[in-house]
Design a protein around this ligand. Structure first.
Ligand SMILES: *[C@@H]1O[C@H](CO)[C@@H](O)[C@H](O)[C@H]1NC(C)=O
Ligand SMILES: *[C@@H]1O[C@H](CO)[C@@H](O)[C@H](O)[C@H]1NC(C)=O
Ligand SMILES: *[C@@H]1O[C@H](CO)[C@@H](O)[C@H](O)[C@H]1NC(C)=O
Ligand SMILES: *[C@@H]1O[C@H](CO)[C@@H](O)[C@H](O)[C@H]1NC(C)=O
Ligand SMILES: *[C@@H]1O[C@H](CO)[C@@H](O)[C@H](O)[C@H]1NC(C)=O
Ligand SMILES: *[C@@H]1O[C@H](CO)[C@@H](O)[C@H](O)[C@H]1NC(C)=O
Ligand SMILES: *[C@@H]1O[C@H](CO)[C@@H](O)[C@H](O)[C@H]1NC(C)=O
Ligand SMILES: *[C@@H]1O[C@H](CO)[C@@H](O)[C@H](O)[C@H]1NC(C)=O
Length: 381
């Protein structure tokens, strides 16, 4: 993909987005602490903050970037730590980069480029950057490590990804991922839990092409708040389903939400609270239901998996009763459970397939050819 033609195009398409904003530099040996408030470094416009953001008044914090001027904390980036950041944690900017230490001084996250850092800056675009001694480029930027959100002027390169958070208030990795694949396709996929196996996509931009000049190579959220896939030959494929009037008085962001929908939001900068923000578009919706006889493990999390409403498994009865009296098989058409098979039998017809599952106490689902699914269920007494 690094052909000269592509590199040139990459350079050209990035040109209009070079940050030309003023920035207050953060010098090495500056630090922030997770205390009660939101200790942060603010962009020159005052619109974005980088620092510790307290989660819903708990002792949990995120090292994050958020809109500093709206009361509702909308986080647009956060450091991917394996556990929440506790009160007393500290982030420090040194010539090596950023280091986040927990209250017992163990390093839990760092951003350390190979070259020495001369300063950091929270830019008005929402990008937190580290500059090397050579001022002409950044040696690290938060825009290169997105979480669930992209902002105007942000570019996702081939292989780039976003993942959703688990729920509105839980910033752990959720069940959905957005991939700008190495092949040039934008895909939204669901992730199985807890195996983390990736299911097939539920949305695709269909912009992959073996011919690089015809294939997607950048996902660009441009300055006028349009999201486009840039094709190798320089043409753009708009993702936005309706034109968005660029408005400097609005905040724009696009987020892969915890329900798996990739939404673009616009919000007047003068708004009080989140009420006047609205969703402009979405691409790819997904809905989860439990099969008949099952219910959600957590009723508040429809992406958290299902459990049976009846005792199931080996040894739940004394084995003297005919399984046909205990269970019904319910047919679901066009459903599959990929990667879950433990045994393959056949050639069987549907009756044999059903019976083999009914008589196997480990069997929950039998998949018959053409993806017809037979599922075990309690008998109607
Ligand atoms: C940062 O701290 C180190 C160690 O305390 C010190 O050697 C260095 O001079 C400091 N740098 C600046 C820019 O203050
Ligand atoms: C946050 O928690 C503290 C201590 O638990 C409490 O005093 C304060 O009233 C809470 N604030 C809000 C806005 O809930
Ligand atoms: C700074 O980076 C630019 C672009 O990579 C390079 O052309 C230039 O020589 C570098 N300058 C120094 C002093 O390293
Ligand atoms: C914040 O905490 C309160 C009190 O614990 C809870 O009722 C509320 O649902 C939480 N908000 C979110 C977004 O989780
Ligand atoms: C978020 O969800 C994860 C996974 O279920 C759980 O381990 C963690 O405790 C939750 N975090 C919070 C702050 O509720
Ligand atoms: C952003 O993309 C749209 C097409 O989707 C285009 O009309 C507009 O000129 C672009 N804006 C900039 C600043 O490049
Ligand atoms: C780029 O390729 C697309 C798709 O084949 C085509 O419609 C478009 O005209 C091409 N643009 C240029 C500048 O060659
Ligand atoms: C399925 O195969 C069994 C065993 O060969 C046979 O007895 C039964 O009639 C077949 N059922 C159907 C619906 O074809």
């Amino acid at each position: 993909m690094a052909s000269p033609a592509l590199s040139n195009l990459l350079f050209l398409s990035l040109l209009p987005f070079l940050p030309v904003f003023a920035a207050s530099n953060i010098t090495p040996n500056s630090s922030l602490s997770a205390t009660g408030g939101d200790d942060s470094w603010i962009s020159p416009s005052g619109e974005f903050a980088f620092g510790f953001c307290q989660i819903n008044n708990t002792s949990n914090f995120l090292l994050a970037i958020w809109y500093a001027e709206i009361p509702e904390k909308t986080i647009v980036w956060h450091a991917k730590t394996s556990s929440p950041v506790q009160t007393g944690s500290k982030v420090e900017l040194t010539p090596n980069g950023l280091t986040l230490n927990d209250p017992s001084d163990r390093t839990i996250w760092k951003a350390q480029p190979n070259t020495a850092v001369s300063y950091g800056a929270m830019l008005d675009t929402g990008n937190f950057v580290l500059s090397g001694t050579n001022n002409s480029f950044y040696v690290w930027e938060s825009f290169d490590y997105p979480t669930d959100t992209i902002l105007p002027t942000q570019v996702l390169s081939l292989g780039g990804m976003l993942y959703s958070k688990l729920s509105e208030a839980n910033y752990s990795k959720g069940r959905f991922e957005l991939h700008f694949t190495n092949g040039g396709d934008l895909e939204l996929v669901q992730i199985a839990w807890p195996s983390e196996i990736q299911y097939g996509y539920y949305y695709t931009s269909k912009t992959a092409n073996p011919d690089a000049s015809q294939s997607g190579f950048q996902l660009v959220f441009n300055q006028s708040a349009d999201i486009n896939i840039v094709i190798g030959n320089g043409t753009t494929v708009p993702l936005s389903w309706q034109g968005i009037t660029p408005n400097l008085n609005n905040y724009h962001r696009a987020t892969l939400d915890s329900d798996g929908v990739f939404r673009q939001y616009t919000c007047p900068k003068t708004s009080i609270g989140d009420q006047s923000c609205y969703c402009l578009e979405n691409s790819g919706t997904i809905d989860c239901q439990c099969p008949h006889g099952y219910s959600f493990v957590d009723p508040n999390d429809k992406f958290g998996g299902c459990k049976t409403n009846f005792p199931q498994g080996c040894g739940v009865d004394d084995g003297t009763r005919n399984p046909n009296e205990l269970y019904d098989m319910v047919q679901m058409v066009n459903v599959n459970f990929p990667f879950g098979d433990y045994e393959s039998l056949g050639p069987y017809n549907q009756t044999q397939c059903e019976q083999s599952c009914l008589h196997d106490c480990s069997c929950a689902v039998a998949i018959f050819f053409r993806h017809e699914v037979l599922e075990e269920e309690t008998a109607i007494v």
